[in-house]
Write a protein that binds this ligand. Structure first.
Ligand code: GDD
Ligand code: MG
Length: 355
């Protein structure tokens, strides 16, 4: 195995305001872009060349990842002028593959943390002679994903993307966003127009009687599509719940240049970004503090993301919320229950008490 396609062109709307400034795949999860976590795992499984399928803010990927040398792989960039959807993106990226038509190509959604054994998935694909192999995982609530029922032999029976009615929920197995295509099969996806691999390509392969396999496992798996999952994934990596080779599990991860005062209490897998500061007796639990933000003495932050350069003043509380880059939460405010403060917004001081 040697080549993979990484899909990184989505707009990440559910992660706004974080994705207003940084594309979702480059948001730091435990201080490292999720794309980098994925490339490192793919490299460890034998991938030597990665084609990034980019669309939204394509240029920042090349600025951040370069030619891949630092990561020990070769990176090529396929750019879509207009977003081509997941299938169109795979088709477009395949133009830059160098492997033979019969070779396996791994394709990864760019926003997933997973412990699946990539190499075993590819081996199984090759030995089965399938057109397509999908990694499947089980989730409690599959409604936000693509449902993929299989028979006793692991043959895929149907695809139901984002089911709308209870009758459509026929399984708890979902598409985990990791595929192995035989390269020639990618060539069957129409070129030059938007295509959804989940709604068009996969059902079409089934309709044409091609062998599509689903491999279910219990490995760690998380789609980082929402701020809460993004925070969860970051903390899981730091705590050692999610796989991260070479990382020693810890209560928190403090990046270079950051300051955490002695009286401060931090834990729950919190990452403190470069040059961020946690002052005095501030309490930060299970959160992601991006570079250069400040949590002042007397502030409390839990289960939240504090954007780059943002400030949480003493006497403010932020729980399960997102503070955008450069925003300021002045004293007395409480952000809770999924509140999202847009970049640069200043929440003025308040003396109103919340119960
Ligand atoms: N290049 C490119 N162009 N990439 C795209 C485009 C596009 O037009 N649209 C989406 N992507 C990328 C996103 O950046 C992401 O990495 C991946 O394709 C999947 O898009 P999401 O927007 O994250 O989809 P989802 O999470 O709602 O659903 C998908 O993933 C689930 C698992 O996480 C589907 O594949 C579901 O079936 C699946 O269960
Ligand atoms: Mg997703």
């Amino acid at each position: 195995m040697s080549e993979a396609i990484l899909l990184v062109g989505g707009r990440g709307t559910r992660l706004r305001p974080l994705t207003l400034t940084t594309p979702k795949p480059l948001l730091p999860v435990a201080g490292v872009p999720v794309t980098v976590h994925q490339i490192e795992r793919a490299r460890d499984a034998g991938v030597t060349r990665v084609v990034l399928g980019t669309s939204y803010r394509a240029e920042v990927f090349a600025e951040r990842l370069g030619d891949g040398r630092d990561l020990g792989v070769e990176i090529a960039y396929a750019v879509e002028d207009e977003p081509l959807g997941t299938g169109g993106a795979i088709r477009n990226a395949a133009e830059l593959l160098t492997c033979a038509p019969g070779d396996p190509v791994m394709v990864l959604n760019g926003d997933v943390l997973s412990g699946v054994d990539y190499a075993a998935l590819v081996e199984g694909h090759v030995s089965s002679g399938a057109a397509l192999t999908l990694h499947l995982t089980r989730v409690a609530d599959p409604t936000a994903y693509g449902l993929v029922p299989t028979d006793g032999d692991g043959r895929v029976l149907a695809f139901r993307e984002k089911p709308q009615t209870p009758e459509e929920i026929v399984t708890d197995q979902i598409n985990a966003g990791c595929y192995v295509f035989t390269r020639a099969v990618i060539g069957e996806i129409p070129a030059g127009r938007p295509v959804s691999v989940e709604r068009e390509t996969f059902p079409d392969l089934l309709a044409r009687g091609r062998v599509v396999r689903g491999v279910v496992d219990d490995a760690y798996w998380l789609d980082l599509g929402t701020p809460w999952d993004f925070v969860r994934g970051s903390c899981d990596l730091v705590l050692g719940v999610a796989p991260w080779r070479g990382h020693e599990p810890a209560d928190s991860l403090v990046q270079t240049g950051a300051q955490v005062d002695d009286a401060a209490v931090i834990g729950g897998g919190t990452t403190v970004g470069h040059d961020a500061r946690i002052l005095g007796d501030a309490v930060v639990e299970g959160s992601v503090l991006l570079d250069g933000c400040v949590v002042e003495a007397g502030a409390r932050v839990m289960g939240s993301v504090i954007g780059a350069g943002a400030r949480v003043r003493g006497g403010a509380t932020v729980v399960d919320s997102v503070v955008g880059d450069g925003a300021v939460v002045e004293a007395g405010n409480e952000l809770r229950h999924g509140a999202r403060l847009w970049p640069g917004v200043v929440l003025p001081p308040t003396s109103v008490r919340f119960s």
